[in-house]
Design a protein around this ligand. Structure first.
Ligand SMILES: Nc1ncnc2c1ncn2[C@@H]1O[C@H](COP(=O)(O)OP(=O)(O)O)[C@@H](O)[C@H]1O
Ligand SMILES: Cc1cn([C@H]2C[C@H](O)[C@@H](COP(=O)(O)O)O2)c(=O)[nH]c1=O
Ligand SMILES: [Zn+2]
Length: 194
């Protein structure tokens, strides 16, 4: 059954993951699914890691400035405490959460909650990011979305960091990152090594 149907009828819990590089439309897709659940009069709660203060402290905001209210939290354990009597739980920037998020999502889905998780599949080095690979493994449904490679116009697959920092967590947008396809990413790394 397509996502258009599954999310909007009352049914047993499930985990949906939306993943991809930066600028691939993860947050827009998350907001779209959550808004439809709100139209369906379901009780929706949205969480994001409190370290993600990029556009707003309280809201989930897409690069195109679509917004939805959210609760910033420090640890995945808070999600269970704040999700009693909720039909749909949305989680953005899931890559920044601790590994406990995997069990939290499983517990919610087993309770009958629809859980929609959005996050970066890989960091700037192309390494799977935080709890995202495990979430993809346990999900009922995984949607991989793609930005456009800013160098050649094909589908991007990774977020290339354009500033000099080796820290895994570095908040940013177009000043710090660009989405690239595999070929353009390889060329960019080669150019940096020279
Ligand atoms: N290179 C790009 N490819 C695709 N979309 C881009 C690009 N650069 C900027 N955007 C914008 O980013 C929006 C997606 O934003 P968002 O949902 O916040 O992405 P993500 O959460 O995956 O970073 C697109 O609708 C588009 O307007
Ligand atoms: C690749 C990469 C990204 N980040 C940061 C940069 C942004 O603040 C978020 C991703 O936001 P988006 O909604 O997916 O655009 O993550 C990071 O800290 N480390 C990285 O390797
Ligand atoms: Zn390219």
């Amino acid at each position: 059954m397509s996502e258009n149907m599954i999310g909007e009828v009352r049914r047993p819990g499930r985990i949906e993951v939306v993943c991809g590089s930066m600028f691939s439309g993860k947050t827009e897709e998350l907001i779209r699914r959550l808004r439809r659940a709100q139209f369906a009069k379901q009780k929706v709660e949205i969480f994001k890691p409190s370290i993600d203060t990029r556009y707003s402290d309280e809201e989930v905001v897409s690069h195109d400035h679509n917004t939805i209210s959210s609760t910033p939290i420090e640890s995945s354990a808070s999600i269970l405490l704040l999700s009693s009597d909720i039909d749909v739980v949305g989680i953005d920037e899931a890559q920044f959460f601790d590994d406990g998020l995997v069990d939290v999502c499983n517990q919610l889905a087993n309770r009958g909650v629809r859980v929609i998780v959005a996050g970066l599949d890989m960091d700037f080095k192309g390494i799977p990011f935080g709890p995202m690979p495990a979430l993809c493994a346990i999900a009922d449904d995984v949607t991989k979305v793609h930005a456009i490679c800013v160098k050649c116009g094909s589908l991007a697959y990774v977020s290339h960091r354009t500033v000099d920092s080796d820290r895994r967590v570095l908040l940013g947008e177009t000043m710090e990152y660009e989405p690239l396809c595999r070929e353009c990413y390889k060329k960019a790394l080669q150019a940096e090594q020279q």
